[in-house]
Ligand binder design. Structure first.
Ligand code: F6P
Length: 552
């Protein structure tokens, strides 16, 4: 157990920040830019191929310094060092969280229980490479000798969201002729619609589950297996068409996947941090191993930046502390992730799991209830689409929603004036959030456009935009395996830094267990296998309704 810390809200840094917030309320961001012509340059930092412009924040130098002091006082330096070197970062499960080791180079040394884990990680990478090459070269085929054309990843949560994000984000780097599909949901539509597109002779299934106990993944895998058998496959051929990635080799074996068709996971890798392991096989198979390794190297560059850059220049540290600032001092309840890049459309979903499953906690590492807010709601979607949907609430709603805009300088598809237009939209949204429009400005604009005085006065409050809504802009030259790796690792570390401030375990997820447990009790009642009580009238009522309608 960690040593007991001073209560967060009693820390002098915390209390100073509270006073600073009160003073800053009176200071519009527009004025900050006017007073300091150098602000845009001074609030721009870089690392691992990414550049963060955080000038549009309700922040002064003093305030940033105080936020960084708070991070230091909460032991960030020590906790970060422990994270990378195999300390028990996951306190409640008493194990390290070594996703960073997965992207280390072969010469590195990281020990768990005295054993260097790097050779095993690289041995797995070699096995992945051999598999990818043999499939791409047509040496490893389906049971009829036909080349594989499709790979289907069956997994959910961390065994799904990261690979799906990377596969879709890196479409311009796809190599070979494999198409990639994902089945995650236990809604029968997911598996039915996916299998309907496939040819069993040329389809490779990856059963991706760290625990090999996840209901959705197991049910979907059994169904896929049966579909394979029903369409010309044989029990013997299952081995050729099904590969497992799991830490539970015995369960995979019971399913019919032999050890030599199983890639390892380790208990020191959390599901939502597992993209970098063999869980990344859909990425490696679709893009080729070279690009998968480039993804790892981008993440490694961000790890190095996070470990070595001074706090004031450190992207994950600055972004995390800004999030603490708005979450704990300004009352923000959510955080918007707004990639202005179609290829990054699955980023918000991945970050939702990463951040909300990690930091959705209400007791400290020592088990005491917190008296401050922890993880905010993470949400978002691609720009410019969101501008015609939820940005209205960001600009004029009553809630404060800090946002991260993410945009590459160069597009993979530079058609007509599209990228300049997209970029203009991104900048305009950030400016509108920051500067807003006063009621007087709105009234003047209306008068200038020919409105009479009464109409202008009447409409001005509706057209005024408060501004002073903070946002970051994250830039990269172009979306690539390296920059994507760095981007995902950036958010991983941002999540970790926040957990250090809040003193919570960001590597466990006990909150998801109760629902699973109750679901397992309800299922036999729905199926009529068990007539027991569901425990409450509301649930029982709907069980009755389901049974009366489902024909079961
Ligand atoms: O239910 C939550 C969870 O445990 C996630 O943390 C995890 O990523 C997901 O389920 C899938 O777990 P597994 O890889 O063990 O199937």
């Amino acid at each position: 157990m960690p040593e007991t810390r001073a209560a967060l809200t009693n820390r002098p840094e915390w209390q100073t920040l509270q006073k600073m917030k009160t003073r800053l309320e009176q200071q519009p961001m527009r004025a900050m830019f006017q007073q300091d012509p150098d602000r845009a340059r001074r609030y721009q930092i870089e690392g691992a191929g990414l550049s963060l412009d955080f000038s549009r924040n309700r922040l002064t130098d003093d305030c940033l310094e105080q936020l960084l002091n708070l991070a230091r006082a909460c032991g960030l330096r020590e906790r970060r060092a422990a994270l990378f070197t195999g300390g028990q970062a996951n306190v409640t499960e008493q194990r390290p969280a070594l996703h960073t080791a997965l992207r280390e180079c072969a010469q590195a040394e990281v020990r768990v229980d005295g054993q260097n884990i790097i050779p095993e990680i690289h041995h797995t990478l070699e096995r992945m490479e051999a598999l990818v090459q043999s499939i791409h070269a047509g040496n490893r085929t389906g049971h009829t000798g036909a080349r594989f054309t499709d790979v289907v990843s069956i997994g959910i949560g961390g065994s799904f969201l990261g690979p799906k994000l990377a596969v879709e984000a890196l479409r311009p780097y796809w190599q070979g002729s494999l198409d990639c599909h994902f089945i995650a949901n236990i809604d029968g539509t997911d598996v039915t619609e996916t299998l309907a597109m496939l040819n069993p002779e040329t389809t490779l299934f990856l059963v991706q589950s760290k625990s090999f106990r996840t209901q959705e993944t197991l049910e979907n895998s059994l169904l896929a297996r049966q579909w394979f058998l029903d369409h010309g496959g044989t029990e013997k051929a299952v081995a050729q068409h099904f590969i497992a990635v799991t830490a539970n080799v015995d369960e995979a074996l019971r399913f019919g996947i032999k050890a030599d068709h199983t890639f390892p996971m380790w208990d020191w890798v959390g599901g939502r941090y597992s993209l970098w392991s063999a869980i990344g096989l859909p990425v490696a198979l679709t893009l080729g191993m070279k690009s998968f390794k480039a993804l790892l190297s981008g993440a490694r560059a961000m790890d190095k930046h996070f470990r070595e850059a001074p706090d004031r220049e450190n992207l994950p540290v600055v972004m995390a502390m800004l999030s603490i600032w708005y979450n704990n001092f300004w009352g923000a309840e959510s955080h918007a992730v707004l990639p202005y890049d179609e290829y990054l459309k699955y980023l918000p979903e991945h970050l939702q799991q990463l951040d909300m499953e990690s930091n959705g906690k209400r007791v400290t590492q020592g088990g005491t209830g917190v008296d401050y807010h922890t993880g905010p709601v993470i949400w978002g979607g691609v720009g410019a689409n969101g501008q015609h949907a939820y940005h209205q609430l960001i600009h004029q709603g009553t809630r404060l929603i800090p946002a991260d805009f993410i945009i590459p300088l160069r597009s993979h598809n530079p058609v007509a004036r599209h990228h300049a237009t997209l970029f203009a939209n991104c900048l305009s949204q950030a400016r509108a959030m920051m500067a807003g429009k006063t009621e007087t400005e709105a009234e003047e604009e209306l008068l200038a456009s020919g409105a009479d005085k009464t109409t202008a006065r009447k409409l001005a409050p509706h057209k005024a935009i408060p501004g002073n809504r903070p946002c970051n802009i994250l830039l990269m030259d172009q979306l690539s395996p390296e920059t994507l790796g760095a981007l995902i690792a950036l958010y991983e570390h941002r999540t970790f830094v926040q957990s250090v401030i809040w003193d919570i375990d960001c590597f466990d997820q006990w909150g998801v267990e109760l629902g699973k447990q109750i679901g397992n009790e309800i299922l036999p009642m729905l199926l009529g296998e068990n007539g027991g009580s569901a425990g409450d009238a509301a649930t029982e009522n709907l069980i009755r309704l389901f049974r009366s309608r489902s024909g079961l």
